[in-house]
Write a protein that binds this ligand. Structure first.
Ligand code: NI
Length: 171
């Protein structure tokens, strides 16, 4: 067990198709443990399997970053089934280290997902939890931060990535 390397924007595995989770077994438990450890160490609020080059519809979330076991959430095969409102929020991603950008997310959502045992449940969330759920579910659909911004804002964002890469500070 332990941490896994997080892959960055530009690596094709980050946006490759993700297969449904079908086997809820010991291998999955091990993967989930490694994902939590990787997310906490980063530190981040959540991590999607494609970010460690595992192309499965699986993500973990913990807004307490390891402090409160009750906040550990496993999302297998998640779907957003309802969304309401709109808020503009700043957002970062472990696959774009050191960068943040602002765009709109729903204020509240309902997600249907399986847990680590395969049991389906519904999660109602608002604000930061809704934003983080949307962010991780985006990853499973191959959508990244940068896909939410357009025009000059997107150009500036890419310029900031290039600067970090040139400075050897990317990753
Ligand atoms: Ni991310």
């Amino acid at each position: 067990m332990g941490r896994r390397p997080i892959i960055l924007w530009g690596d094709p595995r980050l946006v490759a198709p993700n297969a449904p989770v079908e086997a809820f077994d010991q291998d999955l438990d091990r993967l989930i443990t490694e994902m939590f450890e990787t997310s906490w160490a980063a530190p981040g609020l959540g991590l999607a399997a494609p970010q460690i080059a595992v192309n499965l519809r699986l993500a973990v979330l913990d807004l307490s970053v390891g402090k409160d076991p009750d906040q550990k959430t496993v999302l297998a095969n998640p779907e957003i089934i309802d969304r309401e409102g709109q808020v503009s929020m700043e957002e970062g991603c472990l696959s774009f280290p050191g960068l943040f950008t602002t765009f709109e997310r729903p204020q509240s959502i309902t997600v249907r997902a399986q847990d680590a045992t395969g049991k389906w449940r519904e999660i109602e969330a608002e604000d930061l939890l809704a934003q983080t759920l949307c962010h991780e579910i985006d990853h499973l659909n191959g959508t990244l931060l940068i896909d939410h911004i357009r025009g000059l804002k997107r150009k500036m964002f890419i310029r900031r990535v290039k600067k970090l890469q040139q400075a050897g500070a990317w990753g």
